[in-house]
Design a protein around this ligand. Structure first.
Ligand SMILES: [Zn+2]
Length: 247
């Protein structure tokens, strides 16, 4: 009976220690991301296709340098010798599903090109000596684009001058993320529309059109929707078919 009680005590102590340990390692609250963007998803997009969907960032380029190497979706090297860790975001590591897609996206936008960086004023470097910064491509916030394209999850580690949860708002990037279904935390609200009965729905910003049943339509905000009776009507209006639902 003595031994049994001691076992319970030791087990309880271990349990408490485990809880404390997991609490202390949970410095950030990830929003989660689905990792289901196909590896070659961005092959068919030009830099202009991607960048033109985003507004210019309010952050300025504090320094400019050429990106010489992309390690993965959230870490790049600059010709200044600096290694930059994109602040506020986390992308899949090598060997994990989604790694290729996020790395490919960053390579397309940055590799061998001049980018700007805006260093986190509240924490310049991480413990590995990497510069913590927002990377700017054509004045657009790459960290924000990764979140909106569902290629990264939010990884907010205070102190930081940046608020990545704000960037994760998906209202701008609905077409590229249309195929992404499992991310519930930043999913746009589902609105019942006449379109659910049939027909085609276009996005007035991207000029892409979808079958009414496409998930891309669910994620589109109502003000960006335009309805077409037929495929031909959409094409005649200059709209291009969504790659996911092939209208
Ligand atoms: Zn679609």
């Amino acid at each position: 009976m003595m031994i049994f009680n001691r076992k319970i005590v030791i087990f309880s102590i271990l349990l408490v220690m485990l809880m404390l340990l997991s609490a202390s390692s949970a410095n950030y609250r990830g929003t989660g991301f689905s990792h289901d963007v196909p590896d070659n998803y961005y092959d068919s997009f030009s830099v202009e296709d991607i960048v033109s969907k985003y507004n210019e960032s309010p952050y300025t380029s504090e320094k400019r340098a050429v990106c010489t190497h992309v390690v993965d979706g959230d870490t790049i090297y600059l010709d200044s010798g600096e290694k930059v860790r994109l602040v506020g975001v986390n992308t899949p590591e090598k060997g994990v599903t989604g790694y290729r897609a996020s790395k490919g996206f960053v390579e397309k936008l940055c590799l061998n090109k001049e980018v700007g960086i805006n260093v986190d004023d509240r924490k310049y470097r991480d413990k590995y000596g990497r510069t913590l910064a927002v990377v700017l491509v054509d004045g657009r916030n790459l960290n924000e684009m990764l979140l909106k394209e569902h290629l990264a999850e939010v990884m907010y580690i205070p102190p930081s001058e940046f608020s990545p949860y704000k960037w994760a708002d998906t209202t701008q990037a609905e077409d590229v993320t249309a195929h992404n279904t499992t991310n519930t935390s930043i999913q746009a609200e589902k609105v019942d529309t006449p379109s659910s009965s049939g027909g085609y729905v276009g996005n007035v910003n991207s000029h892409k059109f979808h079958r009414a049943s496409c998930e891309g339509v669910d994620k589109m905000s109502e003000k960006n929707k335009i309805y077409f009776q037929s495929r031909q009507e959409a094409i005649d209006n200059g709209y291009v078919g969504c790659k996911m639902c092939n209208p």
